[in-house]
Structure formats: structure tokens, C-alpha cells
Design a protein around this ligand. Structure first.
Ligand code: BGC
Length: 383
């Protein structure tokens, strides 16, 4: 961008440019974050809403209750803005949420079989909140917690830091876990979610964001005609309660083969036992490449709007969930019902039930170690 165009753009945003002779201007580069009140919890704690804006990136609103992504506004190919994540218009929606509409899931995202695991010879009992299993950290998991928020300013503008200290024994998990999640925007359209955690005793940890996307816009029908490409050669088949059997099954010649772009709905109702168990896709895919490296995991294109979502992660797996349990009863922020398969989730993660599956990548965190996870959801337009 030329100097004068940048000044014009800053003027349009109501900012006063600082003119430095012969030097690049440094008024407010990068991301800006505005914070405002978002109501109070039942116990009277103040909740805030943070709006992240950056040229070239979606406008993203996040609350420190559960770290929910409340909205993500992005243009279609004609420039028309749409909100591509499901959610609620106010705090009451989020305090009553049972679908995890965009929150930070922990201490252990996804399922733990029979709500129990052993670590270093000791058995830990969790709450069973999904049939016999524990789901998403239990009934009072990280999604329901108030995170401490701080807006940090750096060379690239503002970032939102959310922190939550989970006490030893909370929801049955051992060790005091200090979790930090930093949300930021990139000028290439990426929402970056950077996770870290430490513990004062051995524990298990698996953090994710549970955003539900509909690239046509939240509440705009189903996602069955969205095209998905998954960078996965294998997935982890499940039993009838959605716990992995332990097998890594090649996707080749199954309805789980998304190595080339395919409409999500093309095979979703195929006569396949795995699809029956999930009521559609609700499975962990093994992301190609080395865990720890940020690499492309998935790409979704909605052809009518052109909106395109790419997901990158350092995690070994991604849960592809097609909103099979939505049933039209939840009404979203614009007043439209969220239909069955009205959204998809791409949840970066360690494989479900890893604490009970010695052959899966370990989810154990020990004192002195640092848990790290980074995920990027990048929005763009395919012409
Ligand atoms: C799970 C689904 C579950 C959903 C809850 C997903 O991560 O895999 O089975 O229904 O979260 O909203």
C-alpha cells in the first residue's frame, strides 16, 4: 500500500496518522481490539466482549466467558458481509449453551471413555455427561468458566489474552492447570488461536475451539453443499458411544475420503456403520504431517458465496463434526433456527480418549513441561 493510500485508509477509520519524514508511519498498525461490557453472570461477575479488527481479516468478536467466538464477519465474492459462525445475540444465550457454539473446550476436549482414566497408576473419576462417557471437560468445563482477559499491544497491534486457572481436582482432573489462550488476527485473513498450559502435577490436557461454521452465513440452511478437502489419509473409527476403537483406518474407498474436495453431503447418509454411529460425520481425522508443525488440515469452499475457510493446526488430529445433533430448536443470533447439519466444526485436538489409548499420541502434561497448541482459521474468497 502506498503511503498516501494508507493515510487515506487511516483517515477513513477515524485515526490520526502520525507523519514521520522519510519513515514508515506507525500510528496503529495491525489489529485493533475494542472492549465493551457483555452483561453479568448469575453470580454477578462482569463479562466483556472484545472485537478484533484488521484490514484483510474477518471482524471477530470474542467473549471472556468461555472464550467463545461470538461472531466472525467476512465478505463474500461480491463484498457482502456475512456472519459465518453460529452463536447467540447476548450473554444469556451463552450461559445456557449446551452445544459449545465456539467456546474454548478443556480440560479435555472430546470424549474420555467411561468417564475415567489412569495416570501413573492412579485412577481418576470424571463426570459422565454424554452417556457413559465424559465429553468436553465435563458439565462445568472450561466453556462455562470466566477467563481473565487482557489486551496486549505489540508491533503488530493488539492481541487478546485469556487466562484460566483450573484448580486441582476440578471436574475430577489432577493438578492445578494454568491455561493461556491468545487470539489474534493476521492480515491474510487468519484468526490465530495460540494455546499454552502448565500444571503443578501430572495431568492430561486437550484444548480446542469449538466454532461452528456455515460459510453461507449462520442460520442459512445446511452445510451439505459446502465442499471439503481434508489433509488426512486415516481416521479413528468409533464404537456406538463415539469412543475410538484404537484403529487408524485408511480413508481410501470409504465415505471418509476427503483427500480431494467433495461436497460434505455427497456420502453423509451412505450405508456405513461409522456414519450411523455419528448420525453423520463426528470423527477424528489423523492430520497428515508432523504434529507440532503448523500445517494445513482442512479447506472448505461454499461455492455460491465463494467464502473459503482453511484450517491449519499443530495438533495430531481434527474432529470433523457436521452438527448432527442440532435439531432446529436452538434459535441463533439473527433469529434463525439452527438446523440439523446447519454447520460444521473442525476441532483441532489430540485424539478422543487418548488418556485410555496407549498407542495414541500422549495427552499427558507433567510439571516443568509446557503444553502448546496453535490453530489458524483463515477466511478468504474463491472467485
Ligand atoms: C462432538 C459431538 C458433540 C458436539 C457437542 C463434538 O465435538 O464430537 O459428538 O455432539 O461436540 O456439541
Amino acid at each position: 500500500m502506498t503511503h498516501s493510500r494508507r493515510i487515506l485508509r487511516l483517515a477513513l477509520f477515524g485515526l490520526t496518522p502520525i507523519l514521520c519524514l522519510g519513515a514508515e508511519m506507525t500510528a496503529q498498525a495491525g489489529t485493533r481490539i475494542e472492549r465493551k461490557a457483555f452483561g453479568k453472570t448469575k453470580s454477578g461477575e462482569s463479562v466483556e466482549l472484545f472485537t478484533l479488527t484488521r484490514a484483510g481479516a474477518p471482524k471477530v468478536a470474542i467473549t471472556n466467558l468461555g472464550g467463545y467466538v461470538v461472531s466472525m464477519l467476512a465478505p463474500d465474492r461480491t463484498g457482502r458481509i456475512g456472519d459465518v459462525t453460529l452463536g447467540f445475540k447476548d450473554l444469556a444465550g451463552y450461559t445456557g449453551d449446551t452445544s459449545y457454539f465456539g467456546c474454548l473446550v478443556g480440560r479435555y476436549a472430546n470424549r474420555i471413555a467411561k468417564a475415567a482414566f489412569s495416570l501413573d497408576g492412579k485412577r481418576y473419576a470424571l463426570s459422565a455427561n454424554n452417556g457413559p462417557n465424559s465429553l468436553h471437560g465435563g458439565p462445568t468445563g472450561f466453556c462455562s468458566r470466566l477467563w481473565t482477559a487482557a489486551v496486549k499491544s505489540g508491533k503488530d497491534g493488539d492481541t487478546l489474552e485469556l487466562k484460566y486457572v483450573s484448580r486441582d481436582g476440578e471436574e475430577g482432573y489432577p493438578g492445578t492447570l494454568t491455561a493461556t489462550v491468545v487470539y489474534s488476527l493476521r492480515e491474510d485473513g487468519g484468526l490465530v488461536i495460540d494455546y499454552s498450559a502448565t500444571s503443578d502435577a501430572p495431568t492430561v490436557v486437550n484444548l480446542t475451539n469449538h466454532a461452528y461454521f456455515n460459510l453461507a452465513g449462520e442460520g442459512e440452511g445446511t452445510i451439505l453443499d459446502h465442499e471439503l478437502q481434508l489433509e488426512a489419509d486415516a481416521f479413528t473409527p468409533v464404537d456406538a458411544t463415539l469412543i475410538p476403537t484404537g484403529e487408524l483406518k485408511p480413508v481410501a474407498e470409504t465415505p471418509f475420503d476427503f483427500r480431494k474436495p467433495v461436497a460434505i453431503g455427497a456420502r453423509i447418509d451412505a450405508a456405513d456403520e461409522q456414519l450411523k454411529f455419528g448420525g453423520g460425520y463426528d470423527h477424528n481425522f489423523v492430520v497428515r504431517g508432523a504434529p507440532g508443525a503448523l500445517r494445513l488440515a482442512a479447506r472448505v469452499v461454499e461455492k455460491k458465496s465463494g467464502r473459503t475457510l482453511e484450517m491449519f493446526t499443530t495438533e495430531p488430529g481434527v474432529q470433523f463434526y457436521t452438527g448432527n445433533f442440532l435439531d432446529g430448536k436452538v434459535v441463533g443470533k439473527a433469529g434463525k433456527p439452527y438446523l440439523k447439519r446447519g454447520a460444521f466444526c473442525l476441532e483441532a485436538q489430540h485424539y478422543p480418549d487418548s488418556p485410555n489409548q496407549p498407542d495414541f499420541p500422549s495427552a499427558v502434561l507433567r510439571p516443568g513441561q509446557q503444553y502448546r497448541q496453535a490453530t489458524v482459521y483463515r477466511l478468504s474468497v474463491t472467485k
